[in-house]
Design a protein around this ligand. Structure first.
Ligand code: B12
Length: 744
């Protein structure tokens, strides 16, 4: 099998609806800072993947107003699923021996032009252009990428790689017939006002084009959430946007009418009794009322793939008996399916864990919707069901009391079903529980699995306490919303050294899981010509999000075997946070003693854990349990020799004298840190040098000798309202580390 075919097979079997490949020669006319070779110098190919928005989510969304987005919230689920596709494709290519740079599905990294880049609202690389360059799409008038299969109802993602893959031919058809519906329905006037001619995109001798619109205007409701019923100024720019927010506040996100009303001629038809949007002709017309048995099995299987607890099907009779009229959500709906996940008592109130549970339910529901849609049924993913109605629907089923649920309504007649239990503790007697858990973790996707006795960590905690005694950190939160000035609320809190007992009473073992992220994003972080830290930031948060889901699979398995278990990102509490565009992440120092105690890692001079396979390019998480599991041996070794690069490169001078400990009789030495100085950089993104500068932040502040509440308050107030919500950091100690990027 050729690598090209393997790549395509990997994409499709991972759930992509479309996959195409662009050769690097198609990027001759792309801006230098936004072309694949700008980010990865030896890039030869770009793999582009797409997911289709379930049609019901488009046709029922944005009604009666584009700022009532309704089931179009599926876009957030799709973005997260595309992120996973991108991350996994990056790993697939790296495992095949090539460098690969997975790109995030959607993020604006630079709002304003930067150095040679004149584009505003710039991503790392454009997926719309990539979709066209990879032969999947044509541009519509609005600038959206339209495919022959779904029109603009796709979202895209891409992975840049050094692998030489066979390019997909460019699309020959013109899909936009200039029907004018996007222009007619755009409430911000972005497709009729302030248009500056055409954007001409020249790829391999062909010229594609779309309207050159004012993106600030386009973003008025969609990105800045400003009320679209207000009269927009004649010229919309950063200043008028900020003024409008100050004067009127924000209304909410927008479902772009350019997407809702657009379909190529061969796919569109109108049924005004169903929706005001055009409807898409499906590949299969008039499917049988009841789906084939294979489809029912696929639906049952999906919930386990995403580690949900099950899928409950609700027939029309059952829905009627609960007083629910599914046609309120989808005019031709006959039945529904609910996927669900409970939170156990031992899971702390962690936003990250709740988000992972909700992702499981959302991903499974999306996948069920797509299976049914491909069979010719209409579907919609709906999260707006009133809590009482949901209770009625789920009462008497295994889903009762679930906190993370997602519902699909469909025109298919699904029968009432018994819930399927996704995770069972199937332990082969000859191999035992530890083996079964390891196996479960590998099937979920983890790379590293180790076990420490809880006592080992408790003992280390005892030795660490004197080191951190009487020391505090500053926790700052922004009282204002996005796009308003930073208004800090700062509290001073002690650095508390915890033990596994704090995560789960009566712990016996700590299972540690590790997930490697690609090396190329670390290696090329902030490197010219693109000078972006976007792919690094993406790899950091995506690996943490995925690993959280995988850890929950391990928890579920333990619980189904009668054990108790809980997740911790930092069981001893010597780590902290790094800011990211997706909120605070657990930093590179988190979970280090758990990783060391479970025999997975050694410690580097900076205090970041390192492994033989992946250096410092991985993330760890711990599952604390009352199950007694065989402990792994320690693997402590000197990974640094004489190298001092991390200590010397720190832009805020955070490193202090070394701390020396013994773990099970072996020496562990690492540099102490001044947490406040370190946070000034990685958590509060004030110095430009660590990456926020190259992403266009105008702030560049170095910490004073003493980082006090007052000084931090003063610093944070300097953040710019537009960029403050998108912090992006590549920590210097990581980038210079030979076990990270290894740059001098
Ligand atoms: C910034 C952004 C926005 C901004 C600005 C919109 C815009 N059109 O740029 C805002 C917030 C307004 C927005 C809105 C929406 N967005 Co948006 N957004 C993006 C983002 C992050 C970047 C878009 C981009 O590259 N713009 C290009 C700008 C910076 O430059 P430009 O002048 O148009 O391009 C020039 C050069 O850059 C050059 N160029 C760049 N690359 C290349 C490559 C080659 C080969 C060549 C020759 C030239 C070239 O060519 C142009 C001409 O000179 C992408 C995700 C991504 N990474 O691509 C999603 C993305 C474009 N958004 C998407 C969607 C769905 C939407 C909305 C429909 C969401 C909604 N709520 O309804 C609306 C629709 C608005 C619209 N009609 O464009 C999808 C589009 C999918 C599709 N089918 O096309 C994307 C691709 C996200 C995804 N993962 O799928 N979005």
């Amino acid at each position: 099998m050729s690598l090209t075919n393997e790549v395509k097979e990997h994409a499709l079997s991972s759930g992509a609806d479309l996959v195409g490949i662009a050769g690097i020669d198609r990027y001759e006319n792309a801006p230098v800072m936004m072309r694949p070779q700008g980010l990865l110098p030896e890039a030869r190919s770009v793999v582009v993947m797409a997911l289709h928005h379930p049609d019901g989510c488009i046709e029922m969304g944005g009604d009666p107003h584009p700022q009532d987005i309704g089931p179009y919230t599926v876009q957030y689920t799709m973005n997260s699923m595309l992120d996973e596709l991108s991350f996994r494709m990056g790993r697939f290519l790296e495992d095949a021996g090539w460098d690969a740079l997975p790109i995030v599905s959607s993020n604006i990294w630079r709002y304003r032009g930067y150095e040679g880049l004149r584009e505003h609202f710039a991503p790392d690389v454009s997926h719309i252009h990539a979709a066209v360059a990879a032969g999947l799409a044509d541009f519509g008038y609005s600038g959206l990428a339209m495919t022959p299969e779904y029109g603009p109802r796709n979202r895209f993602v891409q992975v840049i790689t050094t692998a030489r893959l066979e390019a997909t031919p460019l699309l020959q058809e013109t899909l936009c017939d200039d029907c004018g519906l996007c222009r007619k329905h755009c409430l911000s006037g972005a497709l009729t006002e302030e248009i500056d001619g055409w954007n001409e995109v020249k790829i391999s001798g062909r010229t594609f084009r779309y309207a050159n619109k004012n993106l600030w205007r386009c973003a008025w409701g969609e990105h800045f959430d400003i009320d679209l019923d207000l009269e927009l100024p004649a010229r919309v720019d950063e200043e008028t946007i900020l003024d409008a927010i100050e004067e009127h506040g924000q209304r909410g996100g927008e479902f772009g009418s350019c997407l809702r009303y657009c379909l190529p001629k061969h796919l569109r038809y109108f049924d005004r009794s169903y929706t005001t949007a055009p409807r898409r002709r499906k590949e299969i017309e008039n499917p049988p009322a009841r789906p084939r048995r294979k489809v029912m099995e696929q639906i049952n299987g999906v919930s386990s793939v995403y580690g949900c607890e099950g899928a409950i099907m609700l027939s029309s009779d059952k829905l009627a008996s609960c007083g629910i009229d599914p046609s309120k959500f989808l005019p031709d709906a006959r039945s529904g399916a609910v996927v669900y996940f409970h939170l156990n008592d031992h899971i702390p109130e962690s936003g990250r864990i709740r988000a992972a549970c909700q992702d499981k339910a959302n991903f499974a529901a999306y996948r069920i919707a797509r299976i049914l849609e491909d069979e010719g049924y209409s579907v919609v993913c709906e999260s707006r069901i009133a809590p009482d109605d949901l209770d009625h629907m789920l009462s008497g089923t295994d889903a009762e009391g679930a906190v993370s649920v997602q519902t699909v309504f469909t025109s298919a007649s699904l029968p009432d079903s018994d819930p399927t239990s996704a995770v069972t503790c199937s332990v082969r007697p000859d191999k035992g529980l530890k083996h079964a858990l390891h196996d479960r973790a590998l099937r979920s996707g983890v790379d590293l699995f180790g076990v420490a006795p809880a006592d080992r960590l408790t003992e280390i905690a005892g030795k660490l306490r004197p080191v951190y005694a009487n020391r505090t950190v500053l926790n700052a939160r922004d009282r204002n919303r996005n796009f308003q000035p930073f208004d800090p609320e700062i509290t001073e809190e002690p650095i508390e050294i915890k033990t596994p007992e704090d995560t789960l009473p009566g712990p016996e073992s700590v299972i540690v899981l590790g997930l490697h992220y690609n090396s190329a994003p670390v290696q090329y972080a902030a490197e010219p010509p693109a000078k972006t830290v976007g792919p690094y930031v993406f790899s950091r948060y995506e690996s943490q999000f995925l690993l959280t889901r995988y850890a929950l699979d391990v928890v579920a398995m333990l619980e189904s075997g009668g054990y108790r278990a809980a997740v911790s990102f930092d069981p001893l509490g010597t780590g902290g946070y790094t800011a990211s565009v997706r909120g605070n992440l657990y930093d590179k120092f988190s979970c280090r003693f758990a990783a060391i105690s479970a025999g997975l890692a050694t410690i580097t001079r900076s205090g970041i854990p390192a492994t033989k396979n992946f250096g410092i390019n991985q993330v760890f998480v711990a599952v604390v349990t009352d199950a007694e599991l065989e402990a792994d041996d320690l693997e402590i070794y000197d990974s640094c020799g004489d190298c001092q690069k991390c200590l010397q490169s720190c832009p805020v001078g955070a490193f202090r004298n070394p701390v020396q400990l013994e773990v099970d009789g072996q020496p562990v030495t690492f540099a102490d840190r001044d947490y406040r100085r370190c946070d000034w950089d990685k958590r509060y993104f004030l110095p430009a040098e660590s990456g926020f500068g190259v992403m266009g932040s105008p702030v560049d502040l170095h910490p004073p000798d003493e980082v006090s509440t007052e000084e931090l308050d003063k610093g944070l107030r300097k953040h710019d309202p537009i960029t403050k919500g998108r912090p992006s950091i590549a920590e210097k100690c990581v980038v210079v580390c030979p076990l990270g990027a290894g740059r001098a």
